[in-house]
Ligand binder design. Sequence first.
Ligand code: NAD
Length: 371
Amino acid sequence: MSEAFDQVDELGPAKIIHVYEPSHHLKAILVVDNVACGPAIGGLRMAPDVSARECARLARAMTLKNAAAGLPHGGGKSVLFGDPKMPREQKEPLIRAFACALRGNDEYIFGPDMGTDETCMAWVQDELGGRAVGLPRDIGGIPLDELGATGWGLSSAVDAAMDYVDFALDGARLVIQGFGSVGIHAARFLTRKGAVVVAVADSRGAIYNPDGLDLDRLIELKSAGHGVNEYPHGEKLERDAVVGITSDIWIPAARPDVVHAGNVGQMDTRLVVQGANIPFTTEAELALHERGVLVIPDFIANAGGVICGAMEYRHLSQQAAFDAIDEKVSTNTAEVLKRSTEQKIPPRLAAERMAGERVKRAMVTRRWSIF
Ligand code: NAD
């Protein structure tokens, strides 16, 4: 029996497929968690140590994220065992073979994830036609990392949260932890709205200046392969010291669990908008909530990428995708914060309930369930 079966509940998974193809050294798994809202969208992850359990957890996270975003899509995920850095002449046939093995499973749409990129999605598209998003621009893709779709969504979440905090966005002190695709674009969009970046961290270190950092200069440094702590006009800090910097808005955009029981006491901010997935442990997030810090959970705030993929799937323009991200992320953030305030529960719990209700309503509408 699959190790993913111990996670079965009333929502899913609907389908688990294990694929073995010795001639291509292919070992992979697809989990389609729930398709009540529509065909599942979820990434293809490639790594040597993936598992059915991880795939099932990620597929469920996509069910909730897509439902929370109000997309007509369910959740699914696929994993491929192997080193993502293998030479292209090995990786391409492997991914093509996996896509071919999934012919007929039309309820799953591939997207890029760890270890796969837009070129991999082009191979899937080639084999399956119309069942991949996150494609290269010249075959109809909207390059979400280049354009900053997720960072744009984070800035919409901040806008919506402004009704629930006691400071203005103009002049708000902003800390960015993780200066990659998500962090850079979030900083770019928020500084346009008046926020001032006071500290930034990447994997090599951090830089702090209470009077503000020059974002263009930081981006130039990063593009030239330098660390942010080589920026000349600021105080160089250890990477994790950004946790304790006084700010109004704090955006995690790096790794999971960067704020935990051991350092949450150092946090000195008023609004956290989660760009990374599960950047805080459950206990740290709860501790902040109890201290009155507003935390917008990851699957509400960072849905810009998947919304962009859903718009690409419908062959809509870049502008339409950005409009949809703004509308959906700000509406959903406002709804979550309203429920959280009215019901006196943490925003994450309000968001999980909202997403679960949407999936269950879709199941009832399709007469799949009697919830
Ligand atoms: P990226 O690789 O472009 O950037 C990550 C940045 O984090 C890099 O600057 C790296 O140096 C820095 N970093 C790594 N470890 C760090 C640490 N411990 N402290 C501080 N900085 C650290 O990745 P990305 O695409 O920007 O994604 C960032 C996070 O957001 C990931 O958790 C990803 O899963 C999540 N996410 C990304 C998207 C998207 O559209 N790219 C969408 C949703 C969620």
